[in-house]
Design a protein around this ligand. Structure first.
Ligand code: NDP
Ligand code: 2IT
Length: 448
């Protein structure tokens, strides 16, 4: 049996009931087959793949907190420090009731290659909790965040592990966590990114993932003889990534006609009103029904039977920006039938493997999340740099660096795909380019 197949079987056997982790590993290992097989004995002797798929450290902890009724609640806390070959662990914290160890491991594993692709010195990590911030008061969210960081603070630091936002973790949560970290340790350091501007945050970090997604999409289209201007874009989600993806798409001359949340979706043929969307989601923390109520041109559709809705709308470019496995084979068929030319993932692993293969086989340009959404973590690394030198850069400076990084990422994966005989396969290109740097660093550092 080939080394790649052996290691995949091992991952399934050793990590039962973690389907998302298996899925992420499978996609990466399939892409790496050609690289590994060219040098199989050396990699096997060093157990390089076994080390790559095994986190350096996994922290599981209890998070007790008191709700507004005086009742004690208990959540599970996670931090997976996956790989530090090229820099301190770096990656977000997800707060969502669906969070479990397998989901955090899939996200941490993806983060290794994403962070490598940015070209910046950051290793891979991820964390979070099954806490649901929805419907909680600010005081309850603060109580949770303080309890969470009271345990986690022992294992993180500006030069060891630097968490940030993800689903359910935005500026409010990062602020509460930062305050508690500082109070316990007495350190005013860049231990978290996505901080507020008044206490060490970076300009453009809020916008970075969505903007970066569009910079990369623009470059991918350009290199394939196409232009983002004038295109119709379907976006899923209505959180941090979706909002700033919609804003940048419009600035680049595209029309965004959909957004969604976990209960429903909007079709707005006149183009999404981003200012209204921000008011509904960022200020009021309300449902999309409020967007529809305030805008005549918008249709609201309730989600039924797990359907995803937005992918049935006619579009040129699709940008999944909500969560994993939200674009399946039926959705891919609908996109192709409607003439979609490009899909770029704002979320982590939003497209199933079958859907990805179908899109690629049907000539749709497809850029995976570990490249397309890397602008968020790249700008987090720029926040770390600013914190280290105790200076703040202008919005224009950070935005220009972000754009340079995204354009560079696209060319790196395009070149890697060509070099290994898979021109246009950006999934393979991203996995190979991300892997090679990490593998070289792991090999140079010996058996650790
Ligand atoms: P937010 O919490 O700001 O927004 C998440 C959005 O996705 C909401 O609209 C939410 O709807 C929807 N959503 C979440 N879970 C589900 C679900 N299970 N089913 C349907 N809809 C869901 O998160 P972000 O925008 O930060 O993150 C979105 C994606 O982008 C995630 O995959 C994340 O890992 C990825 N990402 C984020 C980065 C960042 O910098 N924030 C960087 C790179 C990737 P509702 O409000 O109803 O739950
Ligand atoms: O998935 C991701 O890359 C993030 N949630 C951002 C991580 C970060 O450290 O900014």
């Amino acid at each position: 049996m080939s080394y790649v197949d052996e290691v995949f079987d091992l991952v399934v056997a050793k990590n039962p009931a973690q389907p998302e982790f298996h899925q992420a590993v499978k996609e990466v290992l399939e892409s790496l087959r050609v690289v590994i097989e060219a040098n199989e004995e050396a990699y096997r002797k060093d157990a390089l793949l076994e080390r790559l798929v095994t986190p350096e450290r996994q922290l599981l902890f209890r998070v007790p907190w008191v709700d507004d009724k005086g009742q004690v609640q208990v959540n599970n806390g996670f931090r997976v420090q996956f790989n530090s070959a090229i820099g301190p662990y770096k990656g977000g914290l997800r707060l969502h009731p669906s969070v479990n160890l397998g989901i955090i491991k899939f996200l941490g594993f993806e983060q290794i290659f994403k962070n490598s692709l940015t070209g910046l010195p950051i290793g891979g990590g991820k964390g979070g909790s099954d806490f649901d911030p929805k419907g909680k008061s600010d005081r309850e969210v603060m109580a949770f965040c303080q309890s969470f960081i009271t345990e986690l603070h022992k294992y993180i630091g500006a030069d060891t592990d630097v968490p940030a936002g993800d689903i359910g973790t935005g500026a409010r949560e990062i602020g509460y966590m930062y305050g508690q970290y500082k109070r316990i340790t007495g350190l005013y350091e860049g231990v978290l990114t996505g901080k507020g501007l008044s206490y060490g945050g970076s300009l453009a970090r809020t916008e970075a993932t969505g903007y970066g997604l569009l910079y990369l999409t623009e470059e991918m289209l350009k290199c394939n003889g196409k232009d983002i201007a004038g295109k119709t874009v379907a976006i899923s989600g209505s959180g941090n990534v979706a909002i700033y993806a919609a804003q940048k798409a419009q600035q680049l001359g595209a029309k965004v006609v959909t957004v969604s949340d976990s209960t429903g979706w909007i079709y707005d043929p006149e183009g999404i009103d981003v200012a209204l969307l921000k008011e509904v989601k960022e200020v009021k923390r309300a449902r999309l029904t409020e967007y529809a109520a305030a805008r005549k041109s918008a249709e609201y559709h309730e989600k039924k039977n797990g359907e995803h809705g937005v992918w049935n709308v006619k579009c040129d470019v699709a940008l999944p920006c909500a969560t994993q496995n939200e674009l399946d084979l039926d959705d891919a068929k609908a996109l192709v039938a409607n003439g979609c030319i490009a899909v770029a993932e704002g979320a982590n692993m939003p497209t199933t493997m079958e859907a990805t293969e179908y899109l690629q086989k049907n000539g749709v340009l497809f850029c995976p999340g570990k490249a397309a959404n890397a602008g968020g973590v790249a700008t987090s690394a720029l926040e770390m740099s600013q914190n280290s030198e105790r200076l703040s850069w202008t919005f224009e400076e950070v935005d220009a660096k972000l754009k340079g990084i995204m354009v560079n990422i696209f060319h790196n994966l395009d070149d890697a795909a060509k070099k290994y005989g898979m021109a246009g396969n950006y999934v393979a290109g991203a996995n190979i380019a991300g892997f090679l740097k990490v593998a070289e660093a792991m090999t140079a550092q010996g058996i650790v």
